[in-house]
Ligand binder design. Structure first.
Ligand SMILES: Nc1nc2c(c(=O)[nH]1)N[C@H]1C(S)=C(S)[C@@H](COP(=O)(O)O)O[C@H]1N2
Ligand SMILES: [Mo]
Length: 407
């Protein structure tokens, strides 16, 4: 009988019990709530309703709600939000695994359902555990591999989050009172998680918690550096993403997709070949890079902050204000939304839309220079967008066309 995982005697660890499960559960309650909120905020940062360009999630309905235009202040807003989302998500992995381990006997408990209520609870658990694993796995794949917005990752992680969170709410409502009771009373009550025939302990419960916490600390220490430059970034052993080696010098900061990867041919970006085409209320204007450089230039110190969690510190960009470009095509005081398109012919990031409040911000630039030098090919030469507080993906590189108004 003890051979079967559905019999309580099969599970021999003396660590299992309501107290261990409750401690881990309370940590996850706080942590996952933060993940969900920062995830929703990150979604809002894409300005998802701006034409079908920024968010192509099919049939999102009310789940794709958003409540506000993404602000441009403070300029590090997305950097902070996404750094917390990704670093915290990675840090919680050991806690999630330990929590699942601590309740595994219940997965096999028989009969599968004692009552309708019990059946419903078990179904919600299936969605909870499946959803949690799904969100953590898709999230980690996205930062470690080359899954890209707005392809499958974005849609999967989005829908997975809602399924998971619905089950999470049910679970929290059902379990929190008991978890808090378990934490207040130090004795282990009779509980289905406590093994009836425990093996002798090889580690204390406190030791086990230190082990889990140590794992989390290690992941944290090897991830958090992705939000900083220099030596600290080199500690981000687990968050290597951010494409090619950026080298040193003025353009020596994280690169996501290189010019070569994006299929940008140097011959298309020469002074003779490249023109920016700006369209708006009063028609179309074509500008060479030399002509752009003779317009009033402004500078702004802004970071690149990718959805994958990595970011750079503030770089010093110099270029033409987006609102000045809007004024060239008939929007003098009332800059509208803009659709920005890259020279790049294929790939997910070749176009992005910006909202009027982003265009209006005096720090939003079509940058020609960074840190006192021409943009490098990999950072978007001849010209790229840079907008305060926006996710990296909206900072289109190798810009070819800008269409203001009526998206
Ligand atoms: N045309 C184009 N623009 C792009 C991308 C791209 O692949 N193609 N990547 C975007 C993403 S996801 C990020 S995070 C930033 C990265 O900018 P960087 O490579 O200069 O750091 O560029 C954005 N602009
Ligand atoms: Mo990105």
């Amino acid at each position: 009988m003890t051979r079967s995982p559905s019999s309580p005697g099969f599970w021999r660890s003396p660590l299992r019990g309501p107290r261990l499960t409750s401690v881990l559960g309370v940590v996850l309650l706080g942590g996952i709530t933060v993940l969900f909120v920062t995830g929703l905020v990150s979604y809002a940062a894409y300005n998802p309703n701006l034409s079908p360009v920024n968010d192509k999630t099919p049939d999102k309905g009310i789940l794709g709600f958003y409540l506000f235009s993404w602000p441009t202040d403070p300029h590090w807003l997305y950097r902070l939000n996404q750094g917390v989302h990704v670093t915290l998500g990675v840090t919680l992995i050991p806690v999630l695994l330990a929590k699942l381990w601590s309740v595994i006997p219940r997965l096999f408990a028989l009969p599968p359902a004692r009552s309708l209520a019990h059946a419903l609870e078990r179904i919600s658990l299936l969605l909870l555990v499946g959803g949690a694993l799904f969100e953590f796995v898709t999230g980690v794949l996205n930062i470690q591999l080359d899954y890209i917005f707005p392809g499958s990752f974005y849609t999967l992680h989005f829908y997975g989050a809602w399924v998971f969170f619905a089950a999470f709410i049910v679970h929290v409502v059902l379990k929190t009172p008991m978890a808090l009771r378990n934490l207040r009373h130090l004795r282990e009550e009779k509980d289905d998680l406590v093994s009836p025939r425990p093996d002798p302990p090889t580690v204390s419960r406190r030791g086990a918690l230190w082990f889990v916490g140590g794992g989390s600390l290690l992941l944290f220490a090897t991830t958090v550096g992705q939000s900083f430059d220099g030596l600290l970034r080199r500690t981000a052993l687990l968050a290597p993403h951010g494409g090619a080696d950026p080298g040193s010098g003025p353009n020596g900061f994280q690169i996501n997709k290189t010019a070569r990867y994006a299929g940008i041919d140097a011959a298309e970006t020469t002074e003779d070949a490249w023109h920016l085409v700006v369209t708006g209320r009063t028609g179309t204007v074509r500008l060479s890079r030399a002509q752009l450089a003779r317009l009033p230039l402004h500078s702004a110190a802004l970071p690149i902050a990718c959805v994958e969690g990595w970011s750079t510190s503030d770089q010093w960009w110099l270029g033409v204000r987006l609102r000045d470009l809007a004024a060239l095509v008939g929007y003098d005081d009332d800059p509208p939304d803009v659709l920005v398109e890259s020279l790049q012919r294929r790939g997910a990031f070749r176009r992005a839309a910006l909202r009027a409040n982003q265009v209006a911000d005096p720090r939003s630039l079509l940058a020609l220079y960074v840190n006192g030098e021409d943009l490098s090919p990999d950072h978007g030469f001849p010209a790229r967008i840079i907008v305060p507080a926006a996710p990296g993906v909206l900072n289109t590189k190798w810009v070819a066309r800008m269409t203001f108004g009526d998206l």
